[in-house]
Ligand binder design. Structure first.
Ligand code: AMP
Ligand code: ZN
Ligand code: FE
Ligand code: FE
Length: 284
C-alpha cells in the first residue's frame, strides 16, 4: 500500500471498458489504496465502466466521477474529456454508439492491412482481446505482441499503428465543436485533454482555446502525466485568460502503460481536490 495522499484526485483514468487493464471495480479499489479522494472513469467513447465504478466508490468511500474521452477531428490528435455529475449522461449514449460504429469500420481496415504485411491476425482475435468492450488500437497491439510479431506495445505503435505508419487508418470523428456540444447537451462539462499532445506553440494554442471556448469548452487539463511544471503553469494561465476550469489526471491505463501510476503519473503529478469542487460548481 502506498502512503495516503489525502486531498488528491485523478480525473483521467481508463478501465477494461476501453483499453485499460483494470476493471472499473479494481480501478476504484486502487484509488482507495492509493489514498485518493476521487477518481474519474474516462474511457474512450464509452461510459460502460461508470456504473460498476460508482458502486465500488460507495463501498470504499472514493468519490467516483462519471466521465468519457472522445477523440475529435483535428490535424493532430485532439481528445475532449466529458465530466458528468448526474444521470443525464445517458443522453450521450447515441453519440457514443455512433463513435463505436466508426471504430468498427476502422478495425477491419487495420487488420486487412496487417494481413497484407504478412501477419496472421484476425478481427475475431482482436474482438476477443477487447472482451466485449470498446476495441482500440492497443488491443490490436496486444495481439501482435502475444503472437511475437513485436517485442512491445510501443513497438507495435511505432512500426505499424501510429499515424503515418502503414497500418494506420483514420476513423470518422466528430468535429471539436460538435463533440463539445454533444457533451454539453448531455449535461456534461467538456474539457480539452492533455493539451501538450497538440504540439502547438503558445500563440497557436491561445488562438485555438479562444475558438474552443467560443464553441462551449469549459475546461483544460492543466495537470497531466506528460506536462512539465512549466507546461502546467502555461495551461493554468490560459485557463484564467479564457475563463476555463482547470482539471488534471494521469491517463492511467494499468499495465498497458506500466510506467504511469494512478494519481501520481510518473511520480510528480499532484491534482488537488479543489479542482473537482470547482468543476462540480460549474454544473448547470
Ligand atoms: P484508438 O482509440 O483505437 O485510436 O487508440 C488510442 C489508444 O492508443 C490510446 O490509449 C492511446 O494512448 C494509445 N496510443 C496511441 N498512440 C500510441 C503510441 N504511439 N504508443 C502507445 N500507445 C498509443
Ligand atoms: Zn487509451
Ligand atoms: Fe487521450
Ligand atoms: Fe486517456
Amino acid at each position: 500500500m502506498r502512503p495516503a495522499i489525502k486531498g488528491l484526485i485523478d480525473l483521467h483514468a481508463h478501465t477494461t471498458a476501453s483499453d485499460g487493464t483494470l476493471s472499473p471495480c479494481e480501478l476504484v479499489r486502487l484509488a482507495a489504496e492509493s489514498g485518493l479522494q476521487a477518481v474519474a472513469v474516462t474511457d474512450h467513447d464509452t461510459m460502460n465502466g461508470v456504473k460498476e465504478a460508482m458502486e465500488e466508490g460507495r463501498k470504499t468511500g472514493v468519490e467516483v466521477v462519471a466521465g468519457v474521452e472522445i477523440g475529435v477531428e483535428f490535424k493532430t490528435e485532439m481528445h475532449i474529456l466529458g465530466y458528468f455529475f448526474d444521470d443525464r449522461c445517458f443522453r450521450l449514449n447515441n453519440t457514443l454508439e455512433e463513435l463505436k460504429r466508426n471504430r468498427n469500420e476502422r478495425n477491419p481496415k487495420i487488420v486487412k492491412k496487417l494481413k497484407e504485411l504478412g501477419f496472421d491476425i484476425s478481427i475475431e482475435e482482436i474482438v476477443n482481446e477487447a472482451d466485449g468492450n470498446v476495441v482500440g488500437r492497443p488491443h490490436i497491439a496486444k495481439v501482435l505482441l502475444k503472437k511475437g510479431y513485436v517485442g512491445s506495445i510501443q513497438e507495435a505503435f511505432d512500426k505499424y499503428l501510429s499515424s503515418g505508419r502503414p497500418a494506420y487508418f483514420e476513423k470518422d470523428k466528430l468535429s471539436p465543436a460538435v463533440g463539445i456540444q454533444k457533451i454539453t447537451e448531455a449535461g456534461g462539462i467538456p474539457v480539452l485533454a492533455h493539451p501538450v499532445f497538440l504540439n502547438m506553440s503558445m500563440e497557436r494554442l491561445d488562438e485555438l482555446l479562444k475558438e474552443l471556448a467560443a464553441s462551449g469548452l469549459k475546461g483544460i487539463e492543466a495537470y497531466y502525466t506528460d506536462h512539465s511544471a512549466d507546461d502546467t503553469g502555461r495551461f493554468l494561465r490560459l485557463a484564467i485568460k479564457y475563463n476555463l476550469l482547470a482539471t488534471g489526471g494521469s491517463d492511467f491505463h494499468g499495465s498497458l502503460k506500466d510506467d504511469i501510476r494512478l494519481g501520481c503519473g510518473r511520480g510528480n503529478l499532484k491534482v488537488p481536490y479543489e479542482l473537482l469542487k470547482c468543476l462540480k460548481s460549474a454544473v448547470i
